[in-house]
Design a protein around this ligand. Structure first.
Ligand SMILES: Nc1nc(=O)c2c([nH]1)NC[C@@H]1CN(c3ccc(C(=O)N[C@@H](CCC(=O)O)C(=O)O)cc3)C=[N+]21
Length: 299
């Protein structure tokens, strides 16, 4: 029996409607609409598309947004200065510095991604990339949850896919997806999302020995390696749930980290690319922007 498609786009629209309603309520209580400031350095075409999509999503949710476009030649000092201004601007609730930052132009100094992310005020850190927010998550008392793993948690929950006592294999150990995803699913209680915890989690990656055997033991397989179609059908346990986080551009086509057609013959449920995890990431960014506004209003 072919796998059920987990429709991330549809779930994202549900979440966005919920956030829009909560924003309306927040404003009705006398608050200014939440505001997201996105910083885009350079002209990476994929980043331009993402940032535009985020702005459009904000607009439809009643969230204000502003976009700072800085040239690829921006110096580290200038960028840090700009972030500092946004940190101090009381009208800005959330700050997102679009990644990746561009390579240095000419012989100027490189922009240090870590230093830039560290500069964002943790209470405006809607990506949850700052060490404070990562630390709070590790300790099971998160403030902001990182958008992509949180979107996946929400999707599993809303599709009635329980994680308790399941073996989840996360392929990929990035700071943005793999690492926090693993922590969130292994949490003891519901601190990272409703009924989505208590999994037994294995983190695998490009240097894992016996990757195929480990993947075959997964009840839930989360692919976040950034290698097009690396997870093949013969690496999936029959009936497993497959979540594909990969967004790879191959000859003008978007493909995931999972070979979709092969995987869909074996899995019980699978996320498509596009229309799977990507839209959920944006929905959770909106959620975090409202949360940021609420935290700041309460201060
Ligand atoms: N500071 C920062 N935060 C991020 O969250 C961040 C980032 N930088 N840099 C880039 C990655 C990537 N990312 C995506 C979000 C949505 C889609 C998405 O909605 N994708 C659509 C397709 C979009 C298309 O056609 O290209 C889909 O999968 O259906 C994709 C990718 C957020 N990122």
């Amino acid at each position: 029996m072919p796998a059920t498609r987990l429709d991330g786009k549809k779930i994202a629209l549900e979440i966005r409607a919920e956030v829009a309603k909560a924003v309306e309520q927040f404003v009705a209580e006398g608050n200014a609409p939440p505001k997201l400031a996105a910083v885009l350095v350079g002209e990476d075409p994929a980043s331009q598309v993402y940032v535009r999509n985020k702005e459009r999503a904000c607009e439809k949710t009643g969230i204000a947004s502003q976009l700072d476009r800085l040239p690829a030649s921006t110096s580290p000092t200038e960028l840090l200065e700009r972030i500092d201004q946004l940190n101090r601007d009381p009208s800005v609730n959330g700050i997102l510095v679009q990644l990746p930052l561009p390579q240095p132009t000419g012989d100027g100094p490189a922009l240090d991604e870590r230093a830039v992310l560290d500069a964002v005020d943790p209470i405006k850190d809607v990506d949850a990339f700052s060490p404070i927010n990562v630390g709070l998550l590790m300790q099971g008392r998160p403030r902001f949850l990182p958008c992509t793993p949180h979107g996946i948690v929400q999707m599993l929950h809303r599709c009635n896919i329980a994680t308790a006592a399941k073996h989840v294999v996360v392929v990929g150990r990035s700071e943005i997806v793999g690492k926090p995803m693993a922590m969130m699913l292994a949490q003891k209680d519901g601190s990272c999302g409703p009924e989505t915890a208590n999994a037994t989690v294995t983190i695998a990656h490009s240097r894992t020995k016996n990757l195929k055997e480990i993947c075959l033991s997964a009840d839930i397989l989360i692919a976040a390696v950034g290698r097009p179609e690396m997870i093949r059908g013969d690496m999936i346990q029959p009936g497993a749930v497959v979540v594909d986080v990969g967004i790879n551009r191959v000859e003008d086509r978007l493909v995931g980290d999972v070979a979709f057609d092969e995987a869909a013959e074996v899995a019980s449920a699978i996320t498509p690319v596009p229309g799977g995890v990507g839209p959920l990431t944006i929905a959770m960014l909106l959620h975090n922007t409202l949360l940021a506004a609420k935290l700041q209003a309460a201060k």
